[in-house]
Design a protein around this ligand. Structure first.
Ligand SMILES: Cc1ncc(COP(=O)(O)O)c(C=O)c1O
Length: 386
């Protein structure tokens, strides 16, 4: 879900004609975006990266999460959430989602073991997790909270922006996201002490181009530097995001109100007034009803997108956590005490919810009459299915 057009073309043209496409030494588009995005979110630090995956990895490493640590991840998220944990050398432990289809606070508390050091709440399909409950549990058990806000760019939770609540957070600007530069990402934090390590993960050669000082936080990592072209596109997209989300939130509320008398049960919202509004979802009483509803209403099914449920995470199930055995977190001595026994039925409660959840994607370019038609289609399907 995004809008892209002539303003982006102009912004790219300006960068190309200036000849300054490398981000350092010019105080250009990337630096401007980082400053503006941090201000937009209400956080102290923002670093642009090449992807959401590298952003989450940098967020984890910034908080010193690595070998020896278990990190709780939800049963419903893109595999990249778990990949970021492995890229940091830690082990992902998969826990249930609840009726909000985001990570269950009760399941987090139940899953905490002696090795658990962090949790990654993922704000799926524009809908924020129950952050009050999650932050309270984290405080009680001394856990680091890394928000995966990749699918919730611009969305919020009770008046605060998604990604501004935990210890650090990752955003994606890939093709499917609310703002896009084709690819891209950002890692953010309020933690001054984390910035050096996060910066090393994003671009460990940065010191050549900025301030070359021997810094004890320096280490080697893969590069994930963003280009001025990405910065230019995202500066335009940032001007647009709030207006787009306002329209979608409005559409979502209108759809839910118009269907309130149908007996359809909307997915539990943790913050309806502040979420991104990109998706409308209903939980049907049974999987058979959800399948029939899908056919009649033309919806998707949250559990059957083919890539957002843990059962699809093939390399994780195979414990192939790195290209070489010696680098594979699943084989590292430091991780031997971590829980890594994945089974396809381990989060059966989540599968039960996700396979009954019908979803419709929204877009700000949909017209009012298209929304009315969608409502009618859903209403007719509900009448036949319930
Ligand atoms: C929830 C979630 N986390 C992480 C990512 C990873 O983002 P990227 O593809 O930019 O690496 C995605 C991307 O689709 C995502 O949806």
């Amino acid at each position: 879900m995004f809008r892209i057009g002539k303003e982006e073309i102009k912004a790219i043209e300006n960068v190309l004609l200036s000849g300054k496409v490398f981000r350092y030494g010019i105080g250009g588009e990337c630096a401007r975006f980082e400053e503006r995005y941090a201000e937009y979110l209400g956080v102290k630090h923002c670093l642009m990266t090449s992807s959401g995956t590298t952003a989450l990895t940098a967020a984890l490493v910034g908080q010193n999460i690595g070998p020896g640590a278990e990190v709780l991840v939800p049963a419903c998220t893109y595999i990249a959430t778990a990949i970021a944990v492995l890229a940091a050398g830690a082990i992902p432990v998969i826990v249930d989602v609840d009726e909000s289809i985001t990570i269950s606070p009760a399941a987090i508390e139940k899953a905490i073991g002696p090795r658990t050091k962090a949790v990654i709440p993922v704000h799926m399909w524009g809908m924020p997790c129950d952050m009050d409950a999650i932050m309270a549990i984290a405080q009680k058990h001394n856990l680091i909270v890394i928000e995966d806000a990749c699918q919730c760019v611009g969305g919020g939770y009770k008046g605060r922006k998604a990604g501004s609540i935990g210890h650090a957070s990752g955003f994606s600007f890939n093709y499917y996201k609310n703002m896009t530069a084709g690819e891209g990402g950002a890692v953010v934090t309020n933690d001054d002490a984390a910035v050096g390590r996060m910066g090393c993960m994003v671009d460990c050669c940065k010191f050549y181009w900025t301030d070359r000082q021997t810094d004890e936080s320096l280490f080697v990592s893969n590069g994930a530097r963003a280009s001025e072209i990405e910065g230019a596109i995202l500066n335009v997209q940032l001007d647009r995001i709030d207006g787009m989300l306002d329209i979608m939130r409005g559409y979502k509320k209108r759809i839910l109100a118009a269907l309130a008398d149908t007996g359809l049960q909307p997915v539990k919202a943790n913050s309806l007034d502040h979420e991104a509004g990109t998706h409308v979802m209903f939980v049907l009483p049974s999987e058979a009803q959800a399948t029939k509803f899908q056919q009649l209403a033309g919806s998707g099914i949250a559990g059957k997108t083919g890539r957002h449920v843990y059962t699809e995470w093939d390399p994780i199930f195979a414990h192939r956590g790195a290209p070489y055995d010696a680098l594979n977190p699943y084989l590292m001595e430091a991780n031997l005490g971590c829980r890594m026994d994945y089974r396809k039925d381990m989060c059966a409660a989540s599968l039960g919810i996700l396979n009954r959840t019908a979803m419709f994607g929204l877009h700000p370019d949909r017209t009012e009459s298209e929304i009315d038609q969608l409502v009618e289609r859903i209403r007719k399907a509900a009448a036949q299915v319930l």
